[in-house]
Write a protein that binds this ligand. Structure first.
Ligand SMILES: Cc1cc2nc3c(=O)[nH]c(=O)nc-3n(C[C@H](O)[C@H](O)[C@H](O)COP(=O)(O)O)c2cc1C
Length: 193
């Protein structure tokens, strides 16, 4: 009788645990905290940097800033940056220290420039798209432009869809402490699914 009970126990619990069918389930329930995550961003005036840091702290992830070799401070440089974006000029960016290949998930952050990606982030994606992992998420900061408009353009560059994206528009009040917290948390929750 005891032998039969032991046999039944092994069939019910141990065999499914070693079956290949259980593997995708294990992958799906892997918590986001155990993934190796990199946040990569560019910021001209600090808004995107601030959000990127908060996301990285909440996820306990690595973070790296894209450094544009061109000085873009001040009004004239603002106009020049706008012109660079419209003409499709590729920014010269400094060598990155972190290899996106080493990560399970890479989160890209950019300010919106002329309804598209900032030129330094565009340069980063063009240069590193082949090293990006399958899981890429995205966020944009802007005055009014919605992130979804920029998402399509970014996805076209990398030839993949983002697993999740979000946006922070200062005009809509998304940069207030409370709103920002909510948007960041909702974004992180989507990465857990
Ligand atoms: C050259 C340039 C073009 C911009 N174009 C847009 C735009 O098309 N739509 C928008 O809502 N905001 C636009 N902005 C505003 C920025 O997206 C916004 O202020 C952003 O949060 C700045 O991020 P940062 O502080 O990280 O640089 C533009 C800013 C610059 C410098």
């Amino acid at each position: 009788m005891k032998v039969w009970l032991l046999f039944l126990f092994l069939c019910c619990f141990c065999v499914p645990a070693f079956s290949s069918k259980t593997q995708p389930l294990i992958k799906r329930v892997r918590p986001v905290q155990s993934l190796k995550i990199l946040v990569v961003f560019y910021s001209r005036t600090g808004t995107t940097r601030n959000i990127a840091r908060e996301i990285a702290i909440k996820l306990g992830s690595d973070i790296e800033e894209i450094i544009d070799k061109k000085d873009r401070s001040g009004l004239f440089k603002f106009l020049e940056s706008s012109e660079d974006t419209r003409s499709g000029k590729i920014a010269e960016i400094a060598e990155m220290k972190k290899n996106p290949k080493d990560y399970d998930l890479v989160i890209i952050g950019t300010p919106v420039w002329d309804e598209t990606l900032s030129t330094p982030v565009r340069a980063y994606l063009l240069k590193h798209k082949d090293k990006l992992p399958e899981n890429i998420a995205f966020f944009a900061t802007s005055r009014v432009t919605e992130a979804k408009i920029v998402v399509k353009k970014a996805e076209m560059i990398i030839g993949k869809s983002f697993v999740s994206f979000t946006g922070f528009s200062s005009f809509s009040g998304d940069l207030s402490k409370e709103r920002k917290e909510v948007i960041i948390q909702e974004f992180i929750n989507t990465l857990k699914k």
